[in-house]
Design a protein. Structure first.
Length: 303
């Protein structure tokens, strides 16, 4: 945005209400960090709240409705589903203020800032295909049922694997964004198919669980493990060889761009309907290009 639209100054002292899915996941913590950095840059006051978990849609709606009653200048929302925030979104629209949809479920908002989640799954499939030129059995650990991100990543991975005749998707099982569930899922997958060559998890929290199960089975480095998100724990696992790769839209920038988009809209600028967060494939070979040794994203990549 800065390159194509030039500099911008907040037109007045602004207040933004930010409703995230949950702050228990490092991914959403990175989005919060980007929000707060941009808020400081533009002199915006932000209030960030989130549900207690990524499976608490009613609680998230209650939070959003409370925020609507406080009448912010703009709202940044990361809905848990395409419909759980509908009543609050309708009230926001009636207030006539910008609504920035940050990541995950696509809803009726002014602008969407986030990745092409289907591409996340496709990138993972392409990476696995490159690492397995002789082919083999692969599996997928799925995210929360009903989550837009999970639905699209599942679809992208399945379609991606289907392009390679020598790769066989032998299982696609629910992991519910949960590390412990993914751990037990992986134990069962390994028991059923000792020839398994690769596993893709729809997020890094689950990928960390997959990596633990694979290591506990004495198979570290023998099974390709790919996650999605780019959380610090997964980056540690990539550095140590427990995981092979992760596909990440760099959530820090999603949060930053969400605030910037709202500021530009309130300054009277035209902002595209979709600001695409790129799907970056992170491996041990390129991790230092995107993250420092403390697994903090490099903040000069796009800004």
């Amino acid at each position: 945005m800065a390159t194509s639209m030039g500099p911008v100054t907040a037109p007045k002292q602004l207040r933004f209400g930010v409703i995230l899915k949950s702050l228990t996941n490092q991914y959403w913590q990175q989005i919060e960090r980007g929000v707060e950095t941009a808020a400081q840059r533009y002199g915006v006051q932000v209030t960030v709240q989130a549900a207690s978990s990524e499976s608490s849609p009613t609680q998230q709606l209650t939070i959003a409705q409370t925020m609507v009653g406080q009448r912010y200048d703009a709202y940044l929302v990361s809905p848990e589903s395409v419909s759980n925030l509908t009543p609050a979104l309708q009230s926001m629209q009636q207030q006539g203020v910008p609504i920035i949809n940050v990541d995950d479920a696509r809803v009726n908002a002014t602008t969407f800032v986030g990745p092409d989640h289907e591409l996340d799954g496709t990138e993972a499939a392409q990476y696995i295909a490159q690492r397995l030129p002789q082919g083999g059995d692969v599996a997928q650990i799925e995210g929360q049922a009903g989550s837009s991100a999970a639905i699209l990543r599942i679809q992208g991975f399945k379609e991606g694997i289907a392009r390679y005749r020598n790769l066989k998707l032998v299982a696609s099982v629910p992991g519910n964004w949960d590390e412990a569930t993914a751990y037990s899922d992986t134990q069962e997958l390994l028991r059923k198919d000792p020839n398994l060559k690769a596993i893709y998890a729809n997020n890094d929290t689950m990928a960390v669980g997959v990596a633990k199960a694979v290591a506990d089975a004495g198979l570290k480095g023998k099974i390709i493990i790919v996650g999605t998100d780019g959380i610090p724990q997964a980056l540690d696992d990539i550095r140590s060889g427990l995981m092979s790769a992760t596909v990440t839209p760099l959530p820090y920038y999603e949060g930053y761009w969400g605030v910037e988009a709202a500021v530009r809209l309130l300054a009277g600028q035209h902002v595209p309907d979709w600001i695409v967060a790129p799907a970056q494939l992170i491996t041990a070979d390129n991790i230092s290009q995107f993250f420092n040794s403390n697994n903090e994203v490099r903040t000069d990549l796009y800004l």
